[in-house]
Write a protein that binds this ligand. Sequence first.
Ligand SMILES: C[S@@+](CC[C@H](N)C(=O)[O-])C[C@H]1O[C@@H](n2cnc3c(N)ncnc32)[C@H](O)[C@@H]1O
Length: 233
Amino acid sequence: MAAERMRGETEETAAGSLFLNQSAFQKLIHSSPEDGWEKCWEQGFTPWDLGRPTPIIQQLYRMGALPKGRALIPGCGTGYDVVSIACPERYVVGIDISEIAIKRAIQLFSSSPNTNHFIFLKEDFFTWHPTELFDLIFDYTFFCAIEPKMRVAWAERMSGLLRPEGELITLMFPISDHIGGPPYKVSISDYEEVLCPLGFKAISIMDNELAVGPRKGKEKIGRWKKIRSNSSL
Ligand SMILES: C[S@@+](CC[C@H](N)C(=O)[O-])C[C@H]1O[C@@H](n2cnc3c(N)ncnc32)[C@H](O)[C@@H]1O
């Protein structure tokens, strides 16, 4: 049923939308604070899913411009980005709170040639405590998915999960003025407000020229490093 719904959507809604099927999707999320995301996955309301890796992260990977070591992608969904940056020099952990999303990712990518270099785990980003820290964390469509009141906790977890020299890459989206969510609107200062007090500094913030379809002009890529360290597991 989910696949049929996805096939029935236009390119604009199914791939790269601003989550244009918002009203049904938002209703579902708000109807069930406990397991709204699981319900979306179950009923096939996944308008955020590009069905392929995010072009800008693929480009950074190909350019060798991503930190090596251990990488984390929180709220990884179907996991295309996880698999696209996993390689012998970089072990990638994709976590998602939805069991269905994680099962789908495992099923989709279990026979990838680089399968030894990534893992999918059903975990809640806000309560998960891994045994090792990360050199890279990539956030795309996760910051905008959580309620704005959770953003301070988001930054604290980012800080706690990164190694002292680690890098946080935020693909900031959607930079717009709309009301409500998810996706909740974001701005550069929304990120600065929660990251800078924890010692993060923006190394670069640029327009994402490779944004997909209707997301064009609404995305910026930010690269952040901690200048003061307060990592903890
Ligand atoms: C808007 S989707 C984005 C998925 C993926 N990043 C993508 O671009 O295709 C947000 C994802 O975050 C997951 N999620 C929501 N809250 C979470 C939490 N507290 N911990 C981990 N994942 C969470 C949802 O299940 C959903 O798959």
